[in-house]
Design a protein around this ligand. Structure first.
Ligand code: TA6
Length: 297
């Protein structure tokens, strides 16, 4: 049963801290404002739309041309890609949970003033029609001076589950041509721009054209250096063996109806994943948690 705006505000609102709004009918958003940070999280897709720690510029990027509609993914924020990352023949790209309405399970403020939202989704006839497995999926979003997303998959069926997944994080940058990603030097990657050729990173990742890479077998933090605004963002992760780095650049951007001209200059995706060969298998009754913590350093 979907949660109405009234239900959400009655059960979960926190005075001066958390309120639910619906500027698009049927598309509720949790609006968080605390002395530590502000953030917005849509129940559709359990999709973090923004996060701005106190004293900083916004960290999470969303396109000016993004669609905010039931059933459509949002261009920007942190789409949850699950139970597969990327393309699977005959199925939607990046799984199906980023366009589904999740349930809010709890909303609390912890002792340190962070707001903690727990959103969940379980299998039903709709999910069984596209992926015939029993599961419970929960995303815990912790909003404070850092932003943490922890995605737990519970196998509630009686056979092993195999998944790939991503916290497909879009980050603001002042100028992509002056942006680098540190932490992946020496790491092998599958280059989607070169038909998934196996390559190896040498030095920092820099951007001068379409970039779409699955770095495999890496648990390292990523450090994004935004040279033009002199800001650094760290993404540390747990339960993740792959990192995806993506920017569509000029030509690919033009093919996307939900991206405005020139926007590729303002963002990059550094995604906390288990992708390609780093698929995860979960035994019956067991869980797996994929987590990312983002901080401005
Ligand atoms: O994570 C990178 C990627 O898989 C790219 O190949 C790119 O197409 C992107 O995700 C966006 O996918 P979307 O389905 O949101 O258009």
């Amino acid at each position: 049963m979907s949660q109405t705006l009234d239900t959400l505000n009655t059960r979960f609102a926190l005075p001066h801290t958390l309120v639910f709004s619906e500027s698009v009918p049927g598309w509720p958003v949790a609006e968080i404002t605390t002395p530590l940070a502000s953030a917005r999280v849509a129940l559709h897709g359990a999709h973090v739309l923004s996060w701005q720690p106190a004293g900083q510029q916004p960290v999470i990027w969303v396109s000016q041309a993004a669609f905010f509609e039931p059933g459509k993914p949002v261009r920007g924020g942190v789409p949850v890609c699950w139970p597969w990352f990327g393309a699977v023949p005959g199925k939607t790209l990046h799984g199906f949970v980023r366009t589904m309405l999740w349930q809010l399970r709890s909303a609390e403020q912890d002792a340190g003033g962070q707001v903690v939202l727990r959103l969940g989704l379980t299998d039903d006839a709709t999910t069984r029609a596209v992926w015939d497995h029993a599961f419970d999926l929960e995303l815990v979003v912790t909003v404070g001076l850092t932003l943490t997303l922890a995605l737990t998959t519970r196998n509630t069926g009686d056979a092993p589950l195999s998944i790939t997944q991503a916290l497909h994080t879009y980050l603001c940058t002042a100028d992509i041509t002056q942006t680098t990603v540190q932490g992946l030097d020496g790491t092998p990657y599958l280059d989607k721009v070169q038909a998934f050729a196996v390559c190896q990173q040498s030095g920092d990742v820099t951007f001068s054209g379409e970039t779409d890479r699955i770095y495999t077998d890496t648990t390292a933090d990523s450090l994004i250096q935004d040279g033009a605004s002199r800001r650094s963002i760290r993404i540390s992760k747990q339960g993740s063996a792959s990192t995806v780095v993506w920017n569509p650049w000029v030509e690919k951007e033009k093919t996307m109806a939900d991206m405005a001209p020139g926007e590729h200059r303002q963002f990059l995706c550094v995604e906390t994943c288990n992708a390609g060969p780093d698929a995860v298998t979960i035994a019956p009754a067991m869980t797996h948690t994929l987590a990312a913590t983002i901080s401005v350093v």
